[in-house]
Design a binder for this molecule. Structure first.
Ligand code: NDP
Length: 309
């Protein structure tokens, strides 16, 4: 009998997931960390697992992220060397697509300018450019980035995408590899980050990157907080090198109420709301992999631990 233990620093999430598992996988034993059966767990379903929690499970065979990203697993530095899987929810793409569409329209059509003007009763039409003349760059062309890039291309934008390996997406000019990053960035009006957080991508949204975009460009970060070098972002916004930025993710969430970022002109802060897999989807995918593990079958959505995503 397979046992799944829920490991997270978020007690509310654990409660919600346990209810979803009861709906999706009544055949499996799914327990919280303080349950006596937890010590027997073969599968750990994790979101920021508490330090030491994974190493304390002697029968553990699979570490499962309950999200698309797996960077949060490093919250437990004792994470054993076992297979890691993640959740890939098609509905996730829809949510992320809506969020990025909003950000692109907000800046492309100048809604940022007109909302700022309203306080001074200023009637001034912002410069309007056809979508085809507005270049959006999407960093990361995986499950989410590829869908976003194609959605924007079908909306008429001039879209570029950048990934680690070569890609072919209809309507999207795809580049890959670190050496093609400058070519990708040059001429971009709005940059969307959908990279995973790995040693190669940490801090990628910094002065070097901003300096290669069109002057007055916009940066939208939907990846992870640690992708952004915040001092560089503040300077770029203050100097006008960047016209605006949207940050959905932060190194520490929730963002502290006294964090100076809240007061930063040109910055829109959203509370990690771009998209989330539903609890039922998470439960169903983790349960499916737990059953596959028990039957010795190939697991879905495995993470390449060498690459870190
Ligand atoms: P995937 O793993 O499916 O895709 C990652 C993409 O990034 C791939 O195209 C990969 O290239 C590319 N990539 C990775 N490393 C590099 C690198 N060094 N240089 C260039 N390209 C690189 O991830 P998802 O699309 O599912 O998710 C992306 C991230 O979005 C998640 O890791 C998470 O951090 C974030 N996220 C944020 C949410 C939010 O609400 N804000 C919600 C969900 C996810 P290749 O294809 O060649 O391997």
């Amino acid at each position: 009998m397979t046992t799944i233990v829920l490991l997270s620093n978020d007690a509310t999430l654990v409660d919600q997931l346990q209810v979803a598992f009861q709906r999706q996988a009544p055949d499996l034993t799914v327990v919280k960390a303080d349950h006596p059966a937890a010590a027997q767990a073969q599968v750990a379903a994790c979101w920021f697992p508490p330090p030491g929690s994974l190493a304390a499970l002697p029968n553990l065979q699979l570490v499962h992220s309950v999200a698309a990203g797996v960077d949060h697993l490093s919250n437990d530095p004792g994470c054993p060397d076992l297979p890691v899987c993640r959740v890939v929810d098609p509905a996730h793409r829809q949510g992320m697509t809506e969020y990025v569409r909003w950000a692109v329209l907000h800046f492309h059509r100048g809604f940022d300018q007109v909302t700022a003007q309203q306080g001074s009763a200023t009637w001034q039409r912002p410069l309007q450019r056809p979508a085809a003349d507005y270049t959006v760059g999407v960093m990361g062309l995986g499950s989410l980035g590829a869908a976003i890039a194609q959605d924007l291309a079908s909306a008429g934008y001039n879209v570029r995408g950048w990934a680690r390996s070569a890609k072919a997406l209809p309507g999207v000019h795809c580049l890959h590899g670190a050496e093609r990053l400058p070519a990708f960035l040059q001429g971009v009006d709005l940059l969307v980050n959908l990279l995973p957080l790995t040693p190669s991508t940490r801090g990628i949204l910094g002065a070097d990157t901003f300096g290669q975009l069109v002057p007055g460009a916009v940066v939208v970060n939907c990846g992870r907080g640690q992708h952004v070098q915040l001092n560089d972002l503040r300077h770029a916004l203050d100097s006008g090198q960047l016209r605006g930025a949207v940050l959905d993710v932060f190194e520490r969430e929730p963002l502290a109420a006294d964090d100076p970022l809240w007061q930063q002109p040109g910055l829109i802060i959203t509370p990690h709301m771009a998209s989330a897999a539903s609890h039922d989807c998470i439960a169903s995918q983790v349960a499916d992999n737990a059953r596959r593990l028990a039957r010795g079958e190939t697991l879905n959505n495995p993470v390449d631990k060498t690459l870190g995503y």
